[in-house]
Design a protein around this ligand. Structure first.
Ligand SMILES: C[S@@+](CC[C@H](N)C(=O)[O-])C[C@H]1O[C@@H](n2cnc3c(N)ncnc32)[C@H](O)[C@@H]1O
Length: 152
């Protein structure tokens, strides 16, 4: 990676390089100070241990994240020969997160493939971090204009 070239092309994004075990906590502090809540995370760290560390991004106060934050997990499908399962790798990190957090859960979007016009493999890699006790979790997710009117 040409770091200088990459940095020069960034406009709104901020590049943070380093081991997540060291970089995540200061980043979370920035979030606590109201930069913007996390709405999406793409996890592509290859390992159980790294993903476990990275998932601490959801351990700040509720203001550091949206009530539902989308997650993409790159390492839960391939390579086929690894026969990935909930007892190793990213899937194990997700499982442990769910066991360790009573009111916060990371769950696949059920039936996403069937709900999309063009089903694709990545549909199985999209999860949502649900923060059930987030002050905004119970706010209606139905977009304005999609109101249902009672039948006469
Ligand atoms: C498959 S590569 C990611 C490639 C990248 N997403 C892309 O598409 O170009 C996995 C990356 O995770 C990084 N990684 C693994 N454990 C890490 C950790 N604890 N902290 C930071 N990076 C880590 C590795 O250095 C490697 O660059």
């Amino acid at each position: 990676m040409d770091e200088g070239k990459l940095r020069s092309r960034l406009t709104a994004a901020k590049l943070i390089l380093g081991n997540v075990s060291e970089t995540l906590s200061p980043f979370l502090e920035e979030l606590e100070n109201g930069v913007a809540p996390v709405g999406f995370v793409s996890f592509d760290l290859d390992y159980y241990s790294s993903t476990k560390q990275a998932l601490t991004i959801f351990e700040g106060s509720p203001q550091t994240r949206l009530p539902r934050a989308f997650c993409y997990f790159d390492d839960i499908i391939q390579p086929l020969r690894a026969y990935l399962n909930p007892y190793v790798g990213e899937l194990l990190a997700i499982n442990e997160y769910n066991l360790e957090h009573e009111h916060q859960k990371i769950a696949r979007i059920e039936h996403l493939t069937w709900l999309r016009e063009r089903p694709a493999l990545w549909n199985h890699q999209i999860y949502v971090h649900h923060d059930f006790t987030h002050p905004l979790y119970t706010r209606s997710v139905t977009p304005l204009g999609h109101r249902q009117l009672p039948l006469q």
